[in-house]
Design a protein around this ligand. Structure first.
Ligand code: SF4
Length: 383
């Protein structure tokens, strides 16, 4: 397919595809799916080899959020029966992180529900970062605490944070349908603050919220414009008790096309398969490793993932290897603090292919399991 040859060439040169090309990837038929995966897989292997980076989530504070993000089980008014607890103490968080690191994770993601941290919260998280780094010198720590005020990113950096996550989630034009208590511009501002403070920016999306192909292309192009080092791609987990509980729009094939499109648009960036992979990719997860070079190990913030051991077996069986603590994730031009700048442009791609894509099947609510172990409980974590 000319489209795929063009996209591979551009991916290897870090050249931005056109919107038409990105849309064409999403519109490919199921008959062409393996060709799409193979093409995006070439780009993935060029920049990241066969390495898979493992990241481990620690939910520092769960539920009780005043914001109304409609995809989120921790939102204001959520009826989801999730764990709810206030800030973990530094030693509790460090203990939870240690389980993930022992399981092979090289990055710990410290997440707290809420609109954004107070200065006291930043102190708290700074103590937690120091506690984790005291125990594990090589660990990468990413904080995800919501919208940042001036100076907070710098303080987190001083405390030892390596990265900051704040997702754009969806396109600017549909953001107001998903959340009313803050804006898309607020989110962009926080990603920029993290970048400016010297933190590695991590920002991604959620697919499956009823968005169009154009919305997905919009958000992925917006992410490329912000130049994050990592892009987590979440697939909506439609929690009972949230406004999006009935949004079962994804098939494994659609998830693969979304990951492939993200890889073509952000070729040299750590593309991470984030929440929802077990629910929506299901037995197709190993194919997704040809597109993404990073996953979360074990459980998510409020839902359970597959057993950490199963993640490791899947990686080995698919012919990939877990990235070691001493290995550098990003290509040299990014890892050295380089700009990661992207040469844009390029000719318009071929016409959109007619899609014969499979339709969404019956909702798989049986695959959505609320987290009942690990951080905030007395039970051992999954790692
Ligand atoms: S996504 Fe974050 S800010 Fe939005 S409701 Fe959930 S915890 Fe709150």
């Amino acid at each position: 397919m000319d489209l795929l040859n063009t996209l591979v060439d551009k991916g290897l040169r870090r050249e931005t595809p056109t919107r038409a090309e990105a849309l064409a990837v999403l519109a490919t038929s199921d008959d062409d799916l393996l060709d799409v995966v193979a093409a995006a897989g070439k780009v993935r292997r060029h920049w990241f080899g066969r390495r898979v980076k493992l990241n481990y989530l620690v939910n520092l504070k769960s539920g009780l959020c005043p914001e109304d993000c409609s995809y989120c089980s921790q939102r204001l008014g959520s009826k989801a029966d999730i764990l709810k607890y206030t800030w973990l103490k530094p030693d509790q968080a460090s203990q939870a992180a240690a389980a993930g690191l022992a399981g092979g994770a090289k990055r710990v993601c410290l997440v707290a529900s809420g609109r954004g941290p107070t200065d006291r919260d930043v102190d708290r998280v700074s103590d937690t970062i120091r506690a984790i780094k005291d125990q594990n010198e090589d660990v990468e720590v990413c904080a995800c605490l919501g919208l940042l005020s001036d100076g907070q990113a710098e303080r987190l950096r001083e405390a030892g944070a390596d990265a900051y996550n704040h997702n754009l989630n969806t396109s600017e034009s549909t953001y107001g349908d998903i959340t009313t208590t803050h804006t898309y511009a607020d989110r962009v501002d926080t990603v920029r603050k993290a970048h400016a403070a010297g933190l590695s920016a991590c920002s991604g999306l959620i697919a499956g919220m009823g968005e169009s192909d154009e919305d997905l292309v919009d958000v992925v192009f917006a992410l490329r414009g912000l130049d994050p080092d990592s892009v987590p791609v979440n697939f909506l987990i439609p929690f009972e008790g949230t406004p999006l509980a009935k949004e079962w729009n994804l098939t494994p094939q659609r998830c693969l096309r979304i990951l492939a499109m993200t890889r073509f648009v952000c070729p040299d960036v750590e593309v991470r398969i984030a929440g929802g992979r077990e629910v929506h990719l299901r037995t197709m997860q190993p194919l997704a490793l040809h597109l993404a070079n990073s996953i979360f190990l074990g459980d998510y913030l409020t839902s359970e993932g597959q057993a950490g051991k199963a993640d490791l077996e899947m990686i080995a069986d698919a012919g990939f290897e877990v990235e070691g603590a001493g290995e550098v994730t990003l290509p040299e031009h990014r890892a050295g603090g380089g700009c990661g700048s992207h040469e844009g442009g390029g000719a318009c791609g071929p016409a959109v292919t007619d899609s014969s894509a499979s339709a969404p099947e019956e909702p798989r609510t049986d695959l959505v399991a609320v987290r009942r172990r690990g951080a905030g409980t007395d039970l051992a974590p999954n790692a």
